[in-house]
Design a protein around this ligand. Sequence first.
Ligand code: NAD
Length: 263
Amino acid sequence: MERLSTLSRSIVGHVAIITGAASGMGRATARLFADEGARVVVADLGVGRVEAVADEIRAAHGPDAALTAVTDVSDPLQLERLVAVTVEWAGRLDVVVNNAGVSVLNSPFMDEADFESSWSHTLDVNLTAHARLVRLALAHLLESPAGRIVNIASTEALVSTAGLGAYAATKAGVIGLTQSLAVELGRHGITVNAICPGPIDTAMTAGIDDESKATYARRRVPLRRYGLPEEVAHMTLNLCLPSSSFVNGTHIPVDGGMSIRHT
Ligand code: NAD
């Protein structure tokens, strides 16, 4: 059938690195991208966890659909290797989804050692790794017909919770980084956007009991529930479509309306 429109909503054959892809939103994103015909690089900690997700994808879409890349994103050498194995495997790189993240307590009431370690680890994983991976991937993204970067921030960048100083700082930093990269890379046809998920049911929120989640959702979220990882993955996919070519430098809440609620 002849198409009447020019902009494609297909990412068939595109190659995407997804960090933190062994769990939660990263896993949902890897599976969704593969369902849509992309080849995905599953990057995360722990060989068994990474293999499990890559195996799910290969079982559904064949042996070439996923690459296992055990990667600690806080280590610059491992990020360098991640890009190298991706290009060796696929010969191209179109999409980087900076999703890996940690949420640990960080407060001025902490003793010095705990404060310093929680601060620096959160910055390394949630912010510095994003900037480094973009730098390392850039030469390949420049060659893509639809280079796309999606950074996963949080509504904690917009509204705040006590005891999450480092987390909030990194997520606000992700928005700043996204905007600066969007301005710098736009002229090269690469778009850079961020997503601010609200409360989502993943391993990161698994420690909160169901009753507390339900109470929070009822009071704070207009949709009165936690979101599913797949609901965030679909926004990431939207931003990576060739047809999203004029969406650049945004940060989009995927939060059931939580961040715009007044009373
Ligand atoms: P998750 O815990 O299920 O997944 C996070 C993944 O990141 C894990 O698989 C973990 O192993 C990986 N990771 C952590 N440190 C890493 C490192 N050094 N190197 C490589 N991988 C590492 O949690 P999630 O909720 O799916 O989190 C995904 C992203 O969404 C994070 O950036 C998180 O901050 C953000 N987020 C989560 C929520 C929520 O409510 N769950 C809300 C807003 C934003």
